[in-house]
Design a protein around this ligand. Structure first.
Ligand code: ADP
Ligand code: MG
Length: 524
């Protein structure tokens, strides 16, 4: 089903369009129609598959905006999720006037929440503890609730919320719709479902066996704001003749194309909102080499017959494991080498881990290439081209010109060659480094000083730390800077461009059996 078919309310459809969602994810297309009918539902799908809209769209569809009473309650495990989901539901409700969505969670001033509640809120998204709190204070009245969602139910149980959840469910009117979403379905969840859901429809997004083509796959952990810079650096470094960049939304496609064009790339976008004539123009440009970079959504890419691209970039981690396989399958055809690169922001790393697990494939982490790496590779390419020119053409006349000039100048031939190479590389020598911002850690320039909870008392030697930092992060040992060891802790300096990788790798590792805790040091 398409979003048009599912979003009966055109105001919701407008919001979905504005959010740039092109097609419903599998869990969305299966659960929204059922939930719209008001039926109870159990939805099982991994994280990052779009569960929020799976319940958000039906909730909004079924809410009465003229009624100021509480109508829907969403329980979720953490404060972050409450805020995040409330944000997403608000976006979906953007064009529906009179709908109030409020996240409530522990840690926030309760009197402030009470004030917000008094204004009339139809949808609450909250953590079980805080919802209980309000119930006890009678600042939340449950009698009018006719829809309840248990989001990330397995997580809530892991966090010990079972009793709270059951107490809340017991307080709700019997005539209601109950939806339960979870990544896994352990026994206690099935028990809750059995006791509290009425004849539920079960929707499972099952994983097919997927075969991933054998191509080199890498990922880079990047800061959200640095995605475009990192992408352009990778494009510069690998300089693929044809590449395909995937985004999750139409909007992102448009934004990214504009940004890449601004940086001087020959990029064009392809997505579902474009007319056939526009698509044909873009595709022709790509086929005859006028466009080097095609930026597309999954749906748009499905309909095109470009297979033989040199590199695939996942600007966004795909929403579905299958999309990942389809995307990277566009490269490495017919025995040619292909590469796939994925940019990962924050928690998306878990999504990528899921993908690797389900697709039984290995995506290797790489440090973001430094400006020097890009320069080195670019100049190598240019010098190779120059070599071809020397071999293939008669440069006699140009050589005469140069000799005459150099005879009367203070520069050597090598200096002149270096200057010409620099000019030829354009601004390639001055790419901005997407450094993570660690502030001043008191390290040497270009380095970040890290604090680590392992010291001499742990019977650890400098060599162990050096080995662990280099080994875990994949960087060369001789790039590790000063290591200062004290009894209970140590400081290690690492190059800025590896700092993120080192932090990430070390915080998942052990040295001599001790769990490592590493963080950027405070300035001395
Ligand atoms: P889950 O709850 O399953 O972990 P979310 O609902 O948080 O997943 O969605 C993950 C991300 O995917 C969000 O950024 C959301 O805006 C985006 N998203 C959801 N549905 C779609 C869609 N149909 N197309 C593109 N992006 C989507
Ligand atoms: Mg979720």
């Amino acid at each position: 089903m398409t979003f048009e078919e599912m979003c009966l309310d055109t105001r919701i459809m407008r919001a979905v369009t504005e959010m740039g969602f092109e097609q419903p994810s599998p869990i969305q297309s299966q659960s929204i129609p059922i939930a719209m009918e008001g039926r109870d539902l159990i939805g099982q799908a991994q994280t990052g598959t779009g569960k929020t809209a799976s319940f958000g769209i039906p909730l909004l569809q079924r809410i009465n905006p003229k009624d100021r009473h509480l109508q829907a309650l969403v329980l979720c495990p953490t404060r972050e999720l409450a805020i995040q989901s409330a944000g997403e539901v608000r976006k979906l409700a953007k064009f529906m006037h009179g709908i109030k969505v409020l996240p409530i969670y522990g840690g926030q001033d309760i009197s402030k929440q009470i004030r917000s509640l008094k204004g009339g809120v139809q949808i609450i998204i909250g953590t079980p503890g805080r919802v209980m709190d309000h119930m006890r204070r009678h600042t939340l009245k449950m009698e009018t609730v006719d829809m309840i969602v248990l989001d990330e139910a397995d997580e809530m149980l892991n966090m010990g919320f079972r009793e709270d959840i059951e107490t809340i469910l017991d307080k709700l009117p019997i005539e209601r719709q109950t939806m339960l979403f979870s990544a896994t379905m352990p026994k206690p969840i099935m028990e809750i479902a059995h006791n509290y859901l009425h004849n539920p429809e079960i929707v499972r997004v099952v994983k097919k066996e997927l075969t991933v083509p054998k191509i080199e796959q890498y990922y880079y952990e990047v800061n959200l704001r640095k995605k475009n810079e990192v992408l352009s650096r990778l494009l510069d470094m690998y300089d693929p003749e044809l590449s395909l960049v995937f985004c999750n939304t139409k909007r992102k496609v448009d934004e990214l194309v504009a940004d890449l064009k601004g940086r001087g790339y020959f990029a064009e976008g392809l997505h579902g909102d474009m007319k056939q004539s526009q698509r044909d123009r873009v595709m022709n440009g790509f086929r005859n080499g006028r466009t080097d970079i095609l930026v597309a959504t999954d749906v748009a890419a499905r309909g095109i017959d470009v297979d033989d691209v040199e590199a695939v970039f996942n600007y966004d981690v795909p929403q579905d494991d299958e999309y990942y396989v389809h995307r990277i399958g566009r490269t490495g055809r017919a025995g040619r080498t292909g590469r796939a690169f994925t940019l990962v922001v924050g928690k998306e790393i878990y999504k990528l881990k899921d993908i690797q697990r389900y697709c039984k494939t290995k995506v290797r982490r790489q440090p973001i290439p430094s400006a020097d790496d890009v320069t080195a590779i670019k100049s190598e390419k240019l010098l190779e081209q120059a070599g071809d020119l020397i071999a293939g053409e008669n440069l006699g006349h140009t050589i005469d010109l140069l000799e005459e000039y150099l005879d009367n100048s203070e520069y050597s031939a090598i200096e002149m060659a270096a200057a010409l190479l620099t000019m030829q590389m354009g601004d390639g020598t001055s790419v901005n480094l997407p450094k993570e911002e660690f502030g001043d850690t008191g390290a040497e320039p270009g380095m970040v000083r890290m604090f680590m909870n392992i010291g001499k008392k742990d019977r650890v030697r400098i060599g162990d730390i050096l080995g662990a930092v280099a080994g875990e992060s994949g960087m060369e040992g001789d790039l590790v800077g000063t290591i200062d060891m004290y009894d209970n802790f140590s400081f290690v300096e690492v190059p800025e461009e590896y700092a993120g990788a080192v932090l990430d790798a070390m915080n998942h590792s052990k040295i001599k059996g001790r769990k490592v805790n590493m963080e950027p040091a405070n300035k001395r």
